[in-house]
Design a protein around this ligand. Structure first.
Ligand SMILES: [Zn+2]
Length: 196
């Protein structure tokens, strides 16, 4: 997977299982706990995540829980269908009514490059995670490890996705991540700026 791959409502994820993944249970055992066993991540993403959370721990910021990493399309479909049962029009117009659960092929969790990070008490992914010590630390330091806040609060009409202060996306380098975060962009906007 290209670490700059764009997956959204207009750009579905390819129907392949990404290569080069590692299991978080073992690869990240020292720096976080897993919400459930068998969460896989792109190895580059996992290595950067380990570096980031080690640095956090050195500053006394720990207690991390990995809620989600790689999710295949079938798993995503089940999540989405559960939403549709509650609201058949759930994702009819995501740019006007941004979603929290994406249809299959629209979730970048299928790339192995995205992580949902939480702490105890926020496992069900609450927005006020942003105000926790860990949430604040992540926002400030993620770019140094190649991660971006993928769904910022002020970009819901661009991403079609609600503000998700727990969802971080590995983009391959601190340079790219730093540029995106410092300029207040979302990934869609950054990629649109690149020359063809
Ligand atoms: Zn997520």
């Amino acid at each position: 997977m290209d670490p700059l791959i764009l997956v959204n409502f207009e750009n579905p994820c390819p129907d392949v299982i990404p290569g080069g993944m590692v299991c978080a249970d073992t690869a990240l055992a020292g720096v976080l706990t897993v919400a459930r066993e068998g969460i896989w991540l792109d190895a580059r993403c996992a290595a950067a995540l380990a570096d980031m959370l080690e640095a956090a721990r050195d500053e006394g910021v720990d207690g991390w829980i990995l809620s989600s990493g790689y999710r295949d399309h079938d798993y995503q479909r089940r999540l989405y269908e559960r939403k549709l049962e509650q609201d058949p029009h759930y994702a009819d117009d995501p740019y006007a009514h941004p979603v929290a659960v994406m249809p299959p092929y629209v979730s970048e969790h299928a790339t192995g490059l995205a992580v949902d990070l939480t702490i105890q008490g926020y496992e069900s992914l609450e927005e006020d995670f942003a105000a926790t010590v860990q949430g604040i630390w992540l926002l400030r330091h993620c770019a140094a490890y190649g991660f971006i806040l993928r769904y910022p609060a002020d970009k819901e009409s661009v991403t079609g996705v609600v503000y998700e202060p727990w969802h971080f996306r590995y983009v391959g380098s601190p340079e790219v991540a730093g540029y995106i975060m410092e300029n207040g962009l979302c990934l869609e906007e950054y990629l649109a700026q690149l020359p063809e």
